[in-house]
Design a protein around this ligand. Structure first.
Ligand SMILES: Cc1ncc(C[n+]2csc(CCOP(=O)(O)OP(=O)(O)O)c2C)c(N)n1
Ligand SMILES: [Mg+2]
Length: 316
């Protein structure tokens, strides 16, 4: 899965920067793949996921079709949201993915609402809500977590901490002892995990998922990783200290770290390469297919659009 996420995003960056086929920004999660793969390994399609503007990996790992996602990025027919959402607003209800969200922190309260609905329905699905380290400084962090604690909702909040909030090192604008400490202060069980260690994340998540399915209470996971690229595919990240990203890649690339483990347990180099090549082939292929897919017919432009019939529509 980590290979597939990396390959998808490499192709998405090419689609945006080389081919100019993507309108708007895409936010790559290259270097952060262990969080998506480790967490989603423990979820079924019935479980609920909410994600952020940097959500391609989460969505793919939840089971969405890579081709439908790429079509969505390119605004084409057959995209997850009919080509109307784009990279930052991918949703695929058929796999329990309620939506990425371009508004930082907004998914936290929506996720609490989804978990509340599950509590009222009385089934044993769980909700996972993933947000960035910048989101912990927004109001919905307090509101959503407090609500979940008070109502003992079946939800895991995950802070995917890539150390940057757009162009700013997050710790320079965050008070106190960090995301997990804040969640703990609201009475929530909080775990810190190495966000570049896919097995550690998967194992931690196995335990958390079992506890949540058993009736809760809600939990918090702080996964520490690193954003290897700029904020968007076109951001050269000139604000970053020289050499920092290269050093992180050398020390902490989650795919390289897992390859080393696979070698140590006897997987052959050929098989390791095959995983890589299969992922590459899949994603090169879907970009080609997506680029060859027509745009949606113009008479579908206002279907599913909330503002239909409002004066605002006239203005456009
Ligand atoms: C409410 C709100 N404020 C500001 C922005 C602009 N913005 C987009 S992404 C981002 C940084 C978010 O950082 P973080 O939560 O750490 O997520 P990351 O980009 O690192 O994945 C900002 C400030 C926004 N989209 N929404
Ligand atoms: Mg961040």
């Amino acid at each position: 899965m980590m290979e597939r996420i990396r390959a998808f995003e490499e192709q998405a960056c090419l689609a945006a920067e080389r081919d100019k086929l993507v309108l708007g920004a895409i936010h790559p999660s290259i270097g952060q793949e262990a969080v998506a793969a480790g967490i989603m390994h423990n979820l079924s399609k019935e479980d609920i996921l909410l994600s952020t503007h940097r959500g391609h990996g989460h969505t793919l790992a939840k089971g969405a079709s890579s081709l439908a996602m790429m079509r969505e990025l390119l605004g084409r027919e057959g995209g997850c949201c009919g080509g109307k959402g784009g990279s930052m607003h991918i949703a695929d209800f058929s796999v329990g993915m309620l939506g990425a969200n371009g508004v930082v922190g907004a998914n936290i309260t929506i996720a609490a609402g989804a978990a509340h609905a599950i509590r009222l329905l009385g089934d044993n699905r769980i909700v996972v809500d993933i947000f960035g380290d910048g989101a912990v400084n927004r109001g919905p962090f307090l509101e959503g977590i407090n609500w979940a604690v008070v109502f003992k909702l079946p939800i895991l909040f995950v802070c995917e901490d890539n150390q940057y909030s757009a162009t700013t090192k997050t710790k320079t604008m965050t008070g106190g002892d960090g995301a997990a400490a804040r969640a703990a202060s609201l009475g929530m069980r909080s775990t810190v995990v190495d966000g570049n260690d896919v097995e550690a994340i998967a194992d931690t998540m196995t335990d958390i998922a079992a506890r949540l399915r058993d009736g809760g209470p809600p939990e918090f996971l702080h996964a520490k990783t690193y954003r290897r690229m700029g904020h968007t595919s076109f951001d050269p990240a000139a604000y970053r200290p020289e050499g920092e990203a290269v050093e992180e890649e050398k020390k902490n690339d989650p795919i390289e770290r897992q390859r080393a483990i696979l070698r140590a347990v006897g997987m052959t180099e050929d098989d390791i390469q095959l995983l890589h090549q299969n992922a590459q082939k899949e994603m090169i292929d879907i970009l080609q297919k997506a680029a060859g897919t027509p745009f949606p017919a113009s008479d579908t432009a206002f279907i599913d659009v909330q503002d239909i019939g409002s004066p605002a529509v006239e203005a456009y």
